[in-house]
Design a protein around this ligand. Structure first.
Ligand SMILES: Nc1ncnc2c1ncn2[C@@H]1O[C@H](COP(=O)(O)OP(=O)(O)OP(=O)(O)O)[C@@H](O)[C@H]1O
Ligand SMILES: [Mg+2]
Length: 311
């Protein structure tokens, strides 16, 4: 549905994105992940036909974003980094205005407004002024304007930024609901958000793609073995060496005085051996759990370690 090939964009001498290529299928929910300045907004702006690329192509439903932008705009709803809201307008008037801009026929405007008001749970506030709403509700209005012309594809640039934890959960829920019937590209700094909502991630770093994969595949690829977390009541100077001496242990790191991370071979299943050793030595087990590799580990690995970037 979305095909991006060798896409690059420079702002004057500054290269914001370099040779990006990826594809997104109909119905997919893709997460754009990357540190500040990675090129997420630039890529989204090009896909939403806000600005042209310097080179390369991007096609949406077979249409070229540069050549056929008017057609593409009908297919896409966009929530930019800063939502395009008019703070003095009443919400339903603003949404009617958004409908006019998006060429929704005049006879359908009221229906379109009712539909997005309901979808984005804005019924109680529809007669209030945009600027007086909380940031969470303003974000809902931003999403409502992106949906007003009933597009198949939604591009949401950091939809939960600046919201409090409760509002984050609510906006996330709304996006999850929308995911059932839309193709969605979502950028976020909040890593758990990506794990909750998206099946596949594109990790951007310094204008280039560091990885495109499903979350499971990324985790598996970076996971060289299993990991155990051990916390004891009383460690001694020889604890690390004794853990290291266990069969199938690859490495042991001490996090604090009594906390250890034990890296072991894949499927080593050494919990029993670790527990027995701890009992024999009288260390006193407080916690012994498998430590999973989180998206945060992957993200840091891909964006910080040069040798991992070209995975
Ligand atoms: N209008 C512009 N003029 C010049 N440089 C720009 C412009 N917009 C972005 N850049 C530069 O392009 C690079 C990519 O920026 P972009 O905004 O796409 O990143 P981002 O991943 O969205 O970052 P953030 O997480 O901070 O939103 C950055 O180095 C940025 O400084
Ligand atoms: Mg951005």
């Amino acid at each position: 549905m979305i095909e991006v090939d060798q896409l690059s964009k420079s702002y004057g001498p500054r290269e914001a994105i370099r040779n990006l290529s990826f594809q997104i299928k109909k119905g997919e929910v893709i997460g754009f992940l990357g540190p500040n300045g990675a090129g997420k907004t630039t890529t989204m702006n090009i896909l939403a036909c806000i600005m042209p690329a310097s080179s390369g192509t991007a096609r949406i439903c077979g249409l070229d974003v540069f050549e056929q932008s008017l057609e593409i705009r009908k297919l896409i709803g966009y929530l930019p980094e800063t939502p395009p809201l008019y703070s003095d307008m009443v919400i339903s008037d603003y949404l009617a205005f958004a409908a006019r801009i998006r060429n929704v026929p005049k006879t359908h405007t009221a229906l379109a407004v009712d539909r997005v008001v309901e979808k984005c749970s804005l019924t109680e506030v529809r007669n209030r002024i945009v600027g007086r709403l909380s940031k969470g509700f303003q974000q809902r209005v931003g999403i409502a304007q992106a949906l007003i012309h009933d597009p198949d594809i939604l591009i949401l640039d950091e939809p939960t930024i600046g919201l409090d934890p409760i509002q984050i959960i609510e906006i996330r829920k709304l996006i999850q609901e929308l995911a059932a019937s839309h193709t969605i590209i979502l950028s976020s700094h909040i890593l758990p958000e990506i794990t909750q909502i998206c099946k596949r991630v594109i990790i951007l770093n310094d204008g280039e793609i560091a990885a495109v994969d499903s979350l499971e595949a990324l985790t598996a690829r970076l996971r060289k073995g299993d990991r155990l977390f051990l916390r004891v009541r009383q460690a001694d100077v020889g604890t690390i060496d004794k853990l290291n001496a266990l069969s199938r242990v690859v490495a042991v790191t001490q996090q604090e005085d009594e906390q250890f991370v034990i890296e072991c071979e894949p499927h080593a299943n050494i919990q029993d051996a670790v527990a027995k050793l701890a009992l024999d030595q009288g260390w006193g087990i407080v916690e012994l759990t498998p430590a999973s590799v989180t998206l945060e580990d992957i993200f840091l690995k891909l964006t910080l370690e040069e040798n991992e970037v070209n995975l």
